[in-house]
Structures are given as structure tokens and as C-alpha cells.
Write a protein that binds this ligand. Structure first.
Ligand code: DOR
Ligand code: ZN
Length: 416
């Protein structure tokens, strides 16, 4: 049994946390706040096919560092996860890697919608948590942009009562813009090529399909204020739709291209500071329901290629909680909203089984993000160099206690 004393709960009570495990230790948790462990419903852990970027050994350690004990992994692997067989093989690979890692990370898998394999969807109902539709192409070769196939996916999903999550960017608009900007090697062009119109048009299309068939819909990584307005309106008119925001759209904007170049190239791309402000408001008022990191690791070498050759994606699973706690300390968010957006809303929307994992955070600790301390395989972050206040000290998963690394420096001394 492990006992952690003097821990502060969100309701203000001071409690002891008791874990029924095989060790026998007593820890003074004075100065620590108890939060429900986080769920990250949007990760790209690269198995199978791209393990040089990430795998479940490195990723599970990175999750624990951020108080994340449940993840939902995306299907744009190599090969893409678009058949029953692909899905079972992927489950096996992940289970083996988690076993080697010794981390009982809870995980669920998205199934990739592919027009050649729409018949597979019914077979995977029990093995996949939801269906992912790439309405615009991104990393990998998943794409459904023709009207008949899109209709078919939304119809099948509604019949099976499965959730559909969309990467909402319009492929035709992106294609036209690519021609317009061909030869342009400025990374900032990315936000013009994958224009806000592309995102808005695709969100409109997805919402109207969800309304038509009664499909449960999630709009992933919302990036513009117009998308937020569409989501708000759709909810008001009774469509069963929810919205996700990614940390890079909250903490980065088009102003960051000058410093970070292709490292902050991501799909959908970074937007304007006023979009950023709108996303924060939508999160705080509950129009946007949850946060997903869209953790999309690529190696430094890959990300150092010139614009046009560099892949899109930003890793962030490991820094999600410090970024959000720092935002709480700055008054941009409160802990109650943090818990809704990283745990309780996700459990409801994805209908996940309950569990009692926790994370213990020190709201006063100040540390500087640095690449060398990262556990993700790619070991770089666009947040490196930031001084963040609020860091997790312990993650509790399935009654097991993980003490987090202590090598970070800071103006406030470590409590443990
Ligand atoms: O920037 C992105 N990277 N957006 C996506 O939709 C996919 C992701 C990846 O897998 O690299
Ligand atoms: Zn993604």
C-alpha cells in the first residue's frame, strides 16, 4: 500500500490518497494538488510503420510525464489502419510494446475510413473507439473527399452508433492554393495554402452530413473563429457535434513561423492571434468540449527540410499538462475547465469506461522546457525555452505510482 498525505483536492479538502499496490511507502504530498489523470484523445504514436519517429515505449513514458494515462491513437500509419486485420495487428504490436515499457497505459484506436474498405467498418465496431475521416489529405494516404463516400461513412456510422471524427480541411481548396503558391518556400505560406476557407468549408460539410444522418460527430483541431461559430450554431440547432482544440492552436500562432519555420508546420496550420483568443474563449465557455494534443512527431532531420519537403506535425504529448497548468497560473483557464476538457468531457463523448487514475501537480514549480529532458523519441519541442509554472510530480495509473523526473531547474525548489 502507498499513502500520500496532505494532498489538496479541487474542492479545497486536504486528503490522503491510498493506493492498493504492493509497495509500502508513505509520502508527504504537502503543496500538491490532486487532479484526475488526463486523457489525450488524439495522438499519432507511429506504430506500425514509422517507429523511427515514435513508438509506444517512448510515447508511454512521455504520457506519464504529462499525467496522461489514456490515449486514443490515429490510423494514419504505414500501412494505414483501414481493415479489421490491420486493426487487430496494431492492437497486438501496441500490447507488446506497452508490456516491454512496463507502463499499463490505457489506449483505444481510431479506425481509418477508406473508400475501398467501407465494408470493414461494421466488423471493427467492438475493436475501434471511433472512425477517423480525413476530408483533406495530411500525413499518410488517408482521404475521403468525394460526396458519395462521405455520405456512406456518415450513414454507416449512424447505423452502427459509432462516432465519426473529422480532419476538416477541403481538399479542392488546398489543391488550388498549392498551385497558386507553387515554388514558394516560405513556411508561413502553409497557413495560406491550407487556408481558413478550406477549414470552414469542410466543417460546414461535416456538420450538414451529421445533421442529415444523425451521426455523432467530433470536429478535430479547430483552428479558426468561423469554425467555432459554426460549432456553436450546430449545437444550438441540436446536431450531435463536439469540438476539439489542439495545444498548438492555443499556444502558437502565425507569428511563430519567423522563429520556428517548418518546425511549426502543422495541418490544419497555425492561425492568427485573434483566432487563438477565440479558441481560448470557446474552451472556457464550453463550446469547444475537449483538448487533444494531435501529438505528431517527426524527427528533427525531417523537420529541418525546406518548406515543401518538411512533413507537417508537432509533438506535444509530454508538455500538455505543464502548458495548461501554466495557463491556469496566468488566468487563461481554471482547473475545473482543465479537468472537463482533458478528462470528463472526453469520457462522456467517447463513452470510455471509468477508472480512477490521478496526477499530483505542484502549481508553484517553475521549470524551463528543454529538448534534452524530453522522453518522446523525436526529442524536440517548439515550446523549448519557455518557463512554465505548474508541473506534475506523480502520475497514478491503475494504482501504480510513477514519480516523475526531477532534472528540471527552477526558481521554486522541488518539494520531493
Ligand atoms: O500536422 C499534422 N500531422 N496533421 C495531421 O493531420 C497528421 C499529423 C501527422 O500524422 O503527422
Ligand atoms: Zn492528428
Amino acid at each position: 500500500m502507498t499513502v500520500i498525505n496532505n494532498v489538496l483536492k479541487l474542492d479545497g479538502a486536504i486528503v490522503s490518497v491510498i493506493l492498493s499496490n504492493h509497495s509500502s511507502q508513505e509520502i508527504d504530498g504537502k503543496g500538491l494538488t490532486l487532479l484526475p489523470a488526463l486523457i489525450d484523445p488524439h495522438v499519432h504514436f507511429r506504430v506500425p510503420g514509422d517507429e523511427h519517429k515514435e513508438n509506444w515505449l517512448s510515447a508511454s513514458q512521455a504520457c506519464i510525464e504529462s499525467g496522461i494515462t489514456t490515449v486514443i491513437d490515429m490510423p494514419n500509419n504505414r500501412p494505414s489502419c483501414t481493415t479489421f486485420e490491420d486493426l487487430l495487428l496494431k492492437h497486438k504490436l501496441i500490447q507488446n510494446q506497452l508490456h516491454s515499457a512496463g507502463i499499463p497505459l490505457r489506449y483505444f484506436l481510431y479506425f481509418g475510413a477508406d473508400r475501398r474498405h467501407l465494408g470493414e467498418i461494421a466488423k471493427v465496431k467492438k475493436h475501434a473507439i471511433a472512425i477517423k475521416v480525413f476530408m483533406g489529405s495530411s500525413t499518410g494516404n488517408l482521404l475521403i473527399d468525394d460526396e458519395p463516400s462521405l455520405n456512406e461513412v456518415f450513414r454507416i456510422a449512424a447505423d452502427l452508433d459509432m462516432l465519426v471524427s473529422v480532419h476538416a480541411e477541403d481538399e479542392n481548396i488546398i489543391r488550388d492554393n498549392k498551385l497558386r503558391y507553387s515554388g514558394c518556400n516560405d513556411p508561413a505560406a502553409h497557413s495560406k495554402i491550407r487556408s481558413r476557407d478550406a477549414a470552414i468549408k469542410a466543417v460546414e460539410r461535416a456538420i450538414s452530413l451529421a445533421a442529415k444522418y444523425g451521426t455523432r460527430l467530433c470536429i478535430l483541431h479547430m483552428s479558426t473563429k468561423e469554425e467555432v461559430a459554426l460549432l456553436r450554431q450546430a449545437k444550438l440547432s441540436g446536431v450531435n457535434v463536439h469540438g476539439e482544440v489542439a495545444p498548438h492552436h492555443l499556444f502558437l500562432s502565425t507569428e511563430d513561423y519567423s522563429n520556428w519555420g517548418t518546425k511549426v508546420q502543422v495541418n490544419p496550420p497555425l492561425r492568427e492571434p485573434e483566432d487563438q483568443e477565440c479558441l481560448w474563449r470557446a474552451l472556457n465557455e464550453g463550446t469547444i468540449d475537449f483538448i487533444g494534443t494531435d501529438h505528431a512527431p517527426h524527427t528533427l532531420q525531417e523537420k529541418s527540410l525546406p518548406y515543401g519537403q518538411a512533413p507537417s506535425g508537432i509533438p506535444s504529448v509530454e508538455l500538455l499538462l505543464p502548458l495548461l497548468l501554466d495557463a491556469c497560473n496566468k488566468g487563461k483557464l481554471n482547473l475545473q475547465t482543465l479537468v472537463k476538457a482533458t478528462r470528463t468531457n472526453i469520457e462522456k463523448i467517447f463513452r470510455l469506461p471509468p477508472h480512477d487514475d490521478y496526477v499530483l501537480v505542484d502549481m508553484k514549480a517553475v521549470k524551463t522546457v528543454s529538448d534534452e529532458n524530453l522522453k518522446t523519441k523525436c526529442r524536440w519541442s517548439p515550446y523549448s525555452g519557455r518557463h512554465l509554472q505548474g508541473w506534475p510530480n506523480f502520475t497514478i495509473i491503475d494504482q501504480k505510482l510513477f514519480q516523475l523526473k526531477k532534472e528540471k531547474s527552477g526558481s521554486c525548489p522541488q518539494k520531493h
